[in-house]
Ligand binder design. Structure first.
Ligand code: BG6
Length: 474
């Protein structure tokens, strides 16, 4: 592994920071999510045009998160003890601009993030900053309809401008949006979208996606003006889709499934919509506001590296109705008979990481960056103050082995590996603490009861040792 390889961990604001008091005027889409399966479902306005009547008074896990707002100093110190040299986190748009429309950012919020950068600097840890990790101020949803409105682009650019200018000296790697393809699967989380029963859902999703892609390019354009050494990455939830069988119909179904992710990286890396996009619009009666000027901006402002999350591969069949299905990141997939869920909530497929790295590098020939990977499981138990997570050690070991092969045997220029949820956090899909990813355990249960104490799991010591032998050295 080359010496400048970024070995790190990743978290997001909404899943960790807390310090919210549920004042509606200061909240984001993410803060509104309840703690059950409704989180992933599309949100519809009710007959009185209200958006959130259905889950107004629910418990909201992001109110506390893991209280990272107050614990970041000890948490970053723990990560330093682990031996990593990179840390991805997101800045909360809403913390800095509670309604999304203020001119001046909230100063406490700016101080909080500046302090994080200073802690990272102290330990020589490279920050990788996401500007929007499934987050948009609630006010912009109710007032403009979120990303379905072009107006939101300038408001996002103002936020991005302040952050990139203020923190320019600390940050090199920026990811403007987390997993842009998620807007097609979880549109409220991915883009703050709220539907009426009359809406053409796809029209709204693709329109919002276009405005996000445009905002992404404009952030890049402006970012280089602030600091020409900045590096920008796209971000898709990746994971190659396999055909269920060699039947050409299944192969084609798998291709179609992959398009739902690759369309988003195609635009961000190549600078244009793929060849089938016009037909996709025709077939679905989409009439999108995409101007020639927009297309020029997309073409001229592409990303420097291809960053992605990988949890598992997916599987598709032309006629999958009678096949078993299983959940994966953001959607359901046909269950792959060669993979198991015995260790994690989702299927585990280490070789799929190598396959996906090759898929993305062969397609784009730009440096790639694994910015999320990890095992989300409900198996962690504290026994005598310890967590013996052998399944997580196995997962990391197997994924690191495939990653090494991709670098050494396939010649893939990989910038780094960031383990997702390196400290336990609130799961996006479940809204619970009990689906855990970390090598650091957080003593909070699903009702947020507990001491909030951090405990190093066995995987922490394994990862630390791995890094000293294979990664960064002592
Ligand atoms: C990715 C997100 O989609 O998957 C993360 O970027 C998320 O925010 C991760 O936590 C794992 O998903 P989940 O539902 O297990 O939290």
């Amino acid at each position: 592994m080359q010496t400048n390889f970024l070995w790190g961990g990743a978290i997001s604001a909404g899943q960790t920071e807390g310090n919210k008091n549920h004042v509606k005027s200061k909240l984001s889409n993410f803060d509104m999510l309840p703690m059950d399966e409704r989180r992933l479902q599309p949100v519809y306005k009710d007959d009185d045009n209200n958006i959130f009547n259905t889950y107004n008074d629910d418990h909201h896990p992001s109110d506390l998160g893991i209280d990272f707002y107050h614990t970041y100093i000890q948490d970053i110190k723990l990560l330093h003890d682990l031996g990593i040299n990179a840390f991805r986190f997101s800045i909360s748009w809403t913390r800095l601009f509670p309604t999304g429309e203020e001119e001046i950012p909230n100063q406490d919020g700016m101080k909080f993030y500046r302090n994080i950068f200073k802690e990272l600097e102290k330990y020589n840890m490279e920050p990788i900053v996401t500007l929007s990790h499934f987050e948009i101020p609630l006010n912009l949803i109710t007032k403009y309809g979120s990303w379905s409105s072009r107006n939101v682009i300038d408001l996002f650019l103002h936020y991005a401008d302040i952050v990139m200018t203020e923190f320019s000296k600390y940050v090199k790697y920026w990811i403007p949006f987390n997993e842009l393809n998620m807007i097609l699967h979880i549109p409220f989380i991915g883009g703050g979208l709220v539907f009426t029963r009359k809406d053409n859902v796809l029209q709204k999703e693709y329109q919002a996606a276009h405005y996000q892609l445009l905002a992404n390019s404009l952030v890049i354009k402006h970012g280089y003006q602030i600091n020409p050494t900045f590096k920008f990455g796209c971000m898709i939830a990746a994971g190659r889709t396999y055909p269920y069988s060699p039947n050409p119909e299944d192969v084609w179904a798998a291709n179609l499934s992959d398009r739902k992710a690759l369309l988003f990286s195609d635009v961000q890396v190549r600078g244009n919509y793929p060849s089938y996009f016009d037909n996709l619009c025709k077939q679905n009666n989409l009439n999108l506001d995409i101007t020639d000027k927009d297309l020029k901006i997309l073409r001229e402002n592409t990303v420097d590296f291809v960053s992605f999350s990988y949890y598992s591969s997916a599987c598709s069949a032309a006629d999958g109705d009678n096949l078993k299905h299983t959940a994966t990141n953001g959607f359901e997939t046909v269950k792959n008979p060669y993979l198991t869920n015995e260790d994690g909530v989702w299927q585990v497929d280490p070789l799929g990481l190598r396959i996906t790295l090759n898929q993305l590098y062969e397609r784009y020939e730009r440096p790639v960056f694994i910015v999320e990977n990890g095992l989300g499981t409900t198996k962690d138990r504290v026994i005598d103050g310890q967590i013996h997570d052998t399944y997580r050690i196995k997962y990391l070991d197997q994924h690191f082995t495939e990653m090494k092969k991709a670098i050494e045997e396939d010649g893939i220029p990989l910038i780094g590996y960031l383990m997702w949820g390196i400290i336990d956090l609130v799961s996006v899909s479940q809204g619970k603490m009990s689906k855990r990813y970390g090598v650091v355990y957080v003593d909070l249960d699903d009702s947020e009861n507990g001491t909030n104490k951090r405990i190093k799991k066995d995987s922490f010591f394994w990862f630390k040792n791995y890094l000293s032998l294979n990664g960064l050295g002592e």
